[in-house]
Design a protein around this ligand. Structure first.
Ligand SMILES: Cc1cc2nc3c(=O)[nH]c(=O)nc-3n(C[C@H](O)[C@H](O)[C@H](O)COP(=O)(O)OP(=O)(O)OC[C@H]3O[C@@H](n4cnc5c(N)ncnc54)[C@H](O)[C@@H]3O)c2cc1C
Length: 342
């Protein structure tokens, strides 16, 4: 009996997988990938399923769920730690572990769902920091050359919500990630206004890491950005669209109160959520079984019995509304399996 992928995604959507393998060790993971590739079968690697929208017809090939475990740390009293973590470890479990071990740095990235292996792919980020700041190297299995390849931080080509692993999608299987993080009690300087306000500190001031983690988790819960199986507002894939980075000319044409974050390239990042709200998209709006989260306009959710096609139709309508109002085409953050938005 084929297993339904809905049970393996945070949107709780997705048809059956022809074959589903659970890779619990590096050997099992690489063997599953090699065997599937040698048989010329379609292959889908998944971790926590929190950044994918799988089509209603499922996946006609082999799905390998990365469930490898293990953390090894080399700690130096002066420089901190080099910590290598297996791809299948939970991201937030690792963040919590790092803080209890006296490391600082990852606190603003608390509560992001998913696995270690997926974290470099879209360079996960929140509340003013990105995982790229802490990654020393990423060890992968290269499906094109059938060999291991380790990437240094600069070779990962990290950008806002992107990396070489996203640009060359499906080529590299991430085996483990090595983080370089420091020891301490105070977290990194707070860069995000809303978090600074919650912590009652000024921008660029620091706070105790435990306080930062608690504040981040509380803010995320208010926005439905912490997984909770009982709350349909969290049956999402997080932000559905990335914040657009536009030319300075286009940014200048936006209304005065539009958020603008200048980039080193000379371009300007603006807020996808702001654009959607100003285009008439409302929190809580429903389309068939899908909807816009009642807590965060950027999260498209499954209200209980949504089909992938419901989510896609809602995403298309949201995108069209923003394009019509502002001439900006929102790009998805979510990875599609067996579907397209265009
Ligand atoms: C409620 C909610 C809140 C979120 N908040 C944030 C946020 O604040 N910031 C943020 O950046 N993201 C956020 N996300 C998105 C998501 O948590 C991240 O993208 C996360 O890294 C996905 O991890 P995953 O293991 O679930 O990946 P999956 O969804 O399983 O996979 C995502 C992609 O990575 C590939 N992949 C997964 N593992 C591997 C591997 N080992 N090797 C090669 N390819 C692999 C898959 O094929 C797929 O293309 C949120 C999601 C949800 C549901």
């Amino acid at each position: 009996m084929p297993e339904s992928l809905r049970d393996y995604t945070s949107l709780h959507i997705g048809g059956p997988a022809k074959k589903l393998l659970h890779a619990k060790s590096e050997e099992e993971l690489v063997a599953a990938v090699r065997t599937t590739d040698e048989a010329n079968e379609p292959l889908l690697i998944i971790g926590g399923g929190s950044n994918i929208l799988v089509g209603d017809s499922g996946f006609d090939g082999t799905v390998v769920r990365v469930e490898t475990k293990g953390i090894s740390a080399t700690v130096d009293a002066c420089s901190g730690g080099m910590i290598t973590v297996a791809a299948g470890e939970g991201w937030d479990d690792f963040v919590a572990w790092s803080l209890t071990q006296g490391f600082v740095g990852l606190e603003t990235l608390s509560g992001i769902p998913g696995t270690i292996g997926a974290s470099p792919i879209q360079n996960i980020g929140a509340y003013g920091h990105e995982v790229a700041e802490f990654i020393a190297r990423v060890r992968t299995w290269d499906r094109k050359t059938n060999s291991y390849r380790t990437f240094s931080n600069s070779e990962c080509e990290f950008e806002y919500r992107s990396s070489i692993f996203k640009k060359e999608r499906d080529r590299y299987v991430i085996i483990d990630v090595t983080f370089q993080i420091e020891k301490g009690e105070l977290g990194l300087p707070i860069k995000y206004e809303e978090l600074a306000h919650a912590l009652k500190v000024e921008i660029d001031q620091r706070a105790l890491v435990d306080q930062v983690r608690s504040a981040v988790l509380s803010l995320r819960a208010l926005k439905g950005m912490l997984l909770d199986s009982k709350d349909h507002d969290t049956w999402s894939a997080g932000s559905f669209f990335v914040n657009p980075i536009v030319s300075a000319e286009i940014a200048a044409m936006l209304p005065e109160d539009a958020p603008r974050w200048p980039q080193s390239s000379g371009k300007v990042k603006t807020s996808a959520a702001w654009l959607m709200e100003r285009s008439g998209i409302r929190k809580g709006h429903c389309h068939e079984g899908a909807g816009v989260s009642s807590k965060h306009v950027l999260a498209l959710v499954n209200n209980g019995n949504a089909k992938a096609s419901d989510v896609i139709e809602l995403a298309r309508a949201s995108r069209a509304a923003v394009r019509e109002k502002f001439g900006i085409t929102l790009e998805p953050e979510v990875q599609f399996v067996g579907l397209t938005l265009d």
